[in-house]
Design a protein around this ligand. Structure first.
Ligand code: MN
Length: 361
């Protein structure tokens, strides 16, 4: 058991590593309900919309660069959870530990179908799915702080299953990213699983063996018809073929330049429809490296911070949001400026606050 656990709604103690978390021992929120900072949007699908399940994942095994596992602690230290509680009025659950899941990472993990660390990523994402599921089943909004983007296999699987069981609905996924992350093990050039989560979540990639994502079943999966990409600009040739052959809705930076982010969000949300719960999975590398340099695979020509915030604000305004991921912040990669990590963490906090209802006016 972690020493300063305060809200024991998880039984994750074996794998939980307590990291510095400045919010743990602070008093309860001053207010619940509508604060001046929050929007007046009513949640359509959550039974406990003021309750926020936090899943902080210090995991980097879906890609090769160390440091992305340090993001949850950095985001928390910068005050994100305090802001969500004190400024936006959320009641936080599960926020007292950053989980490293080291107990399920095997010592030996040779490649399978070209995937690197396949047993580790499979086991960790399975545990994440269980954590997210427990929050979502309670009707809470779920916020996951990654970690690399492979963890979305767990977060989306958990949200999809819980939402089907709780209200009998399939979820939609808005995937904001420079990359499509839809390689199959066979189309991937790198073998890094953070480039494959969407293929496993949609069933385009499958494996019968439990230790290689065979634990994913139809109840965890999402339809390619309910998937929308925003911000793409570095898509592998094999991925382009997958997107075309499956008719997947994708708004690249070209579309944003052509139509503007306002019109793109209208089109993206129209594709999903206004009666579908939404899981927002936001890779900070969707932002231009000018705003978010500290990430593993930066690509120039990306979203401005305001465009990123606008995406989050627009999704919040639908009232359909049921879960949010923020991934690929890597505070150890400071690019070539001293402020890189700080600015990237700050950008990440801004995106999360916007998704969770902070409004400019
Ligand atoms: Mn990604």
């Amino acid at each position: 058991m972690s020493p300063s656990r305060v809200s024991g709604d998880f039984n994750e103690s074996a794998s939980a590593t307590q990291q510095s978390c400045t919010t743990t021992k602070q008093p309860a929120p001053r207010h619940f309900g509508r604060l001046d900072n929050t929007s007046m949007i009513e949640s359509k699908f959550l039974s406990q919309p003021q309750d926020l399940g936090i899943v902080a994942v210090g995991f980097s095994g879906g890609q090769p660069k160390p440091g992305v596992d340090a993001a949850p602690a950095a985001l928390i230290e910068s005050g994100l959870l305090t802001q969500l509680r004190d400024d936006l009025g959320y009641r936080l659950h599960g926020h007292d530990a950053v989980h490293s899941f080291s107990d399920v990472v095997p010592a030996q993990d040779p490649p399978h179908r070209g995937m690197k660390n396949p047993r580790a990523v499979s086991a960790v994402t399975r545990r994440i799915a269980e954590q997210v599921y427990r929050h979502a089943k309670e009707g809470r909004l779920v916020l996951t702080l990654g970690g690399d983007h492979s963890i979305a296999i767990g977060t989306i699987a958990g949200t999809a299953k819980a939402t089907r069981e709780r209200i009998g609905r399939d979820i939609a996924v808005i995937w904001v990213d420079a990359h499509a992350d839809i390689n199959t093990p066979e189309t991937s050039g790198s073998g890094n699983v953070h480039g494959m989560p969407v293929s496993f979540l949609t069933g385009l990639a499958r494996d019968d063996k439990e230790e290689f994502f065979g634990w994913l079943t139809d109840e965890h999966r999402v339809s390619v018809k309910k998937l929308v990409y925003i911000g793409l600009r570095d898509v592998d040739a094999g991925e382009k073929r997958i997107l075309r052959e499956n008719g997947i809705k994708a708004f690249s930076m070209f579309d944003i330049d052509k139509h503007g982010i306002g019109r793109v969000m209208e089109m993206a949300l129209a594709h999903i429809g206004n009666d579908t719960p939404i899981h927002l999975s936001f890779d900070v590398d969707a932002l231009d490296p000018m705003w978010a340099p500290s990430t593993g695979t930066p690509v120039r020509g990306g979203l401005t911070l305001r465009e990123g915030d606008f995406i989050c604000e627009s999704v919040h305004q639908t009232g359909s949001l049921v879960a949010v991921d923020l991934v690929e912040v890597n505070p150890r990669l400071a690019a070539d400026t001293d402020l890189g990590a700080h600015e990237t963490v700050r950008a990440g906090c801004s995106l999360v606050r916007c998704a969770l209802g902070e409004s400019l006016l």
